[in-house]
Structures are given as C-alpha cells and as structure tokens.
Design a protein around this ligand. Structure first.
Ligand code: A2P
Length: 223
C-alpha cells in the first residue's frame, strides 16, 4: 500500500505568542476607542451605521478573532491552488516552529474589518507565496495591486464586522494601499499613535509613528 500523503492544513502563518496577543489587542483597542470619538470619524459615521447622527461603538462593532496571526498561505486543506507546492518548500519546512518577530506599521478600519498591516522583512518574504497578493482581488483592482510591492497584503486581522469573513482584511488593505498610491487621500488627523487618513467609503488608515512589534511562531493551523 502507498504511504498516506501528509494532510495539508487550513493555513500557514505567524502566530502571536499569548502574552503578545494581549499586548497588541490592548494597544489596538485603545485606538478604536479613540477613533469613534473623533469629529472626523463622526462626519462619516453613516458609512458604518447606514444613518447619519447614529453612534457606533467600534469595540462592539468588530468581533475579535480567536488567535492573532498573519497568514502566509491559505491552503484550505489542499483545496487552494498551490497549497501542496507551498507546504513542500524547503524554507517552509525549515521555518516551522521557529520564532520570528513581526512589525506592524499601520492599522486599517473599514465598515467590514479592523486590521494591522505587517511590514515583512526580506527573510520573511521568502515565506510569502508568489502571486498570493492578488488571489481573490477583483479584476478592476488587479493592475493597481500588481504595481504594489510584493507582500503588501501581509496583515493581522484584528476584528470583523458581523457576517464578514477574515479574508476581507487583506482585500481592504490592498484597496487602501492602491488608493494611497493614486494620491486619493482625504482628511488627515494627527493622533498620538500616528497619522490617520480617510480614504472614502468608510476606509481609515493609521500610519503608526512607532511600529508595534510582536513575537510569533511560524506554524500551520487546522481547525
Ligand atoms: P486572514 O488571514 O485575513 O485573517 P477562516 O477562519 O475564514 O477559515 O480563515 C482562516 C484564516 O485564513 C484567516 O486568517 C483568514 O483570513 C485566512 N483566509 C481565509 N480564506 C482565505 C483566502 N481565500 N485567501 C487568503 N486567506 C484566507
């Protein structure tokens, strides 16, 4: 009989260590608490509530994911394209269970998701699958996404609005980066954490003055 093929996971990624998760959650929640009190944000509140003058508590609006991580490859137990090839890469095998430090350089808030942009190092980019930035991107946005540096989609999902799936964070991040590149930035607000920019349709981008770093372990995950 043939030996059974090793099973492929749901996804691979960098997982924040438990104490790091708490620290990152606290820091990013503080930002959410401040954001929904800003006049600039209130001026666009209907993009979140569907009605002007209605209040929103962003801490309640976004549901927390179970464990914070930065997905490198979504394998869907082998159903995703390139899953097997990725799992077999030497760099992937060599990196499993290894520690690594991630650097968060920006936060995004949209009516769908709350996320953290991760700036990957040269070494970390070796674990970033080729062509992964554009998976699931709408055709209209593809040319702008292809013009962004590789790994631009790297992120940690910090929360999703009701009924929204985590995969949306990467897509919203790419859209924001594409709009920024086209110079389509609106209102800017200086905050303690950094510069907050509005990018139309309820999209907000906070460029952090100081990156938030977090210790992680590279690993696979199956439900
Ligand atoms: P993300 O990496 O943006 O947080 P789920 O729980 O929905 O099955 O997803 C498990 C993880 O895999 C999540 O972290 C999620 O998003 C990511 N993910 C889900 N679907 C995709 C996809 N089609 N492409 C890339 N990543 C995905």
């Amino acid at each position: 009989t043939k030996p059974k093929e090793p099973e492929l996971p749901l996804f691979f990624g960098w997982f924040l260590l438990p104490e790091e998760q708490e620290r990152v959650k606290c820091a990013t929640m503080d930002f959410l608490k401040t954001l929904d009190t800003l006049e600039a944000f209130k001026g666009h509140i209907s993009e979140f509530t569907g009605e002007a003058d209605k209040e929103v508590d962003l801490e309640q609006y976004f549901q927390n994911p179970v464990h914070l991580h930065c997905t490198t490859k979504f394998c869907n137990y082998g159903k995703a394209e390139g899953a097997k090839e990725y799992a077999e890469l030497q760099v992937v095998k060599d990196s499993l269970t290894k520690s690594d430090e991630l650097s968060v350089t920006a936060l995004i808030v949209t009516p769908r998701v709350f996320g953290a942009r991760v700036a990957l190092t040269e070494t970390q980019l070796k674990l970033w699958p080729e062509g992964e930035d554009k998976v699931g991107v709408t055709p209209a946005l593809l040319p702008s996404v292809e013009a962004l540096p590789v790994g631009s989609r790297a992120h940690v999902t910090l929360g999703c609005a009701a009924g929204v799936e985590a995969v949306q964070t990467g897509l919203d991040l790419l859209e924001i980066l594409a709009l920024q590149k086209e110079g389509k930035e609106g209102t800017q607000v200086e905050m303690e954490l950094g510069t907050l920019t509005y990018l139309s349709e309820g999209r907000w981008f906070l460029a952090l003055r100081e990156p938030i770093t977090a210790d992680t372990t590279f690993s696979s995950f199956s439900d």
